[in-house]
Design a binder for this molecule. Sequence first.
Ligand code: AMP
Ligand code: GLY
Length: 442
Amino acid sequence: MSINSKNFKNFSKLENILIIGNGGRENSLAWAIQKNELVKKVFLIPGNAGSERINKCERIKIDIKNKNELAEKLDFLKVDLIVIGPEIPLADGLADFLRKKEFKVFGPGKDGAKLEYSKSWAKEFMRDANIPTSKFWKVNSLEEAKKIIHSTSIPLVVKADGLASGKGVFIPDSKEECFRATESIFNGQFGNSGNVVVLEEKINGPEVSVFALCDGKNYILLPTAQDHKRLHEKDKGPNTGGMGAYSPAPLLTKRYLERIIKEIIEPTINELNKKNIDYKGVIYFGLMITESGPKVIEYNCRFGDPECQTIMPLMDQSFLFLLEKCSMGNLTGNEKINTSNKVSGCVIATSKGYPHEYKTGFPIKIGKIDYSDCQIFDSGTSLSKDGELLTNGGRVLSIVCQDKDFDMVFEKAYKNLKEISFDGIYFRNDIGHQVRKNYKEN
Ligand code: AMP
Ligand code: GLY
């Protein structure tokens, strides 16, 4: 069924929507949601300085850890649907709590969020369901790790089991480095998230991100995307949260995507059902396309950032209905996502020093931007007392453009980016190099 304004009456009241989170991802969700003509207000808790530049958006100041106070406030605001952006509140059971209070929530409960907050659990989950992934060892002590590191001939990747803001993965070049990384995790580099370490076989190939909106039983896929994790051009430098993305990813042909659905996506949803996990939210499949086929690198229980900023402008107003259907468990799986026939690309501007230490509080100047098919989603910004826009994070903002092809997309994005400046601004010039026919390496 295609959802369009003719059958709006089939949907419940969707006037007030709440989004939890403070990044570019949440701003792009707000931007896509406010397009729906039923929506009167989009509240963001806490949002950032860019949130209120988005039509219908309002920031709410409240600590989400005070769950009862939060529920009272949401009753008062007559919130019709809640979308939880980041993994931490999901891992903390916020979706379960709000569902018990009879709110409609898009976001998995604590049981589903375990796909992200315990890497060893996710690996065991994949093993149980025969889902292709790299070999792994769950280790509880340095001694145990030492034996595996010394007796294994294949290169290994070292991961803290729990949440570590994307920083808990090490890709060592030698057994010595592998040992040191394991040691630093066990020594508390990531607190309790490092009580268990996962050693994994290192695999190779391009990475793609696939997102399934899931209502517990059925699912639909969003356009695919490719992220750029490394800080520097030519995919060099440390891993970051993501320096840019493009969507869709042409690497995933229709046929290959069918293989991914059969080998990975459906077995994941079936296994969730088998484990009695009623997953109402997005499942982010971080995949590597290896010589022997697609393999899962990781699951996340949320949208990717910056993939979300890249995909959202391809959605029309029915996107909100899909979120609602997921929250209510009545997705058919046959809904059409009315995607645009354009492609989309996103470049992230960061603070100097990111992903390590960086300074904040620098004024951001935004010059003459051509906003046709172009959005700026703030990631880490704040406002000074005088209302001046300031840097307030490692990833500061994303610039996202859409057009007929990726050359046009990135030409527009980089042209607009020239109009943005702040002290220490940094970005990669080669985002989308894989799909830009005119791209020339420096
Ligand atoms: P994760 O947080 O698990 O997605 O890992 C962060 C990044 O580390 C991934 O996007 C990959 O680039 C890399 N990575 C993680 N696991 C592996 C692996 N088993 N083999 C090769 N690279 C990996
Ligand atoms: N873009 C990678 C992530 O959101 O984890």
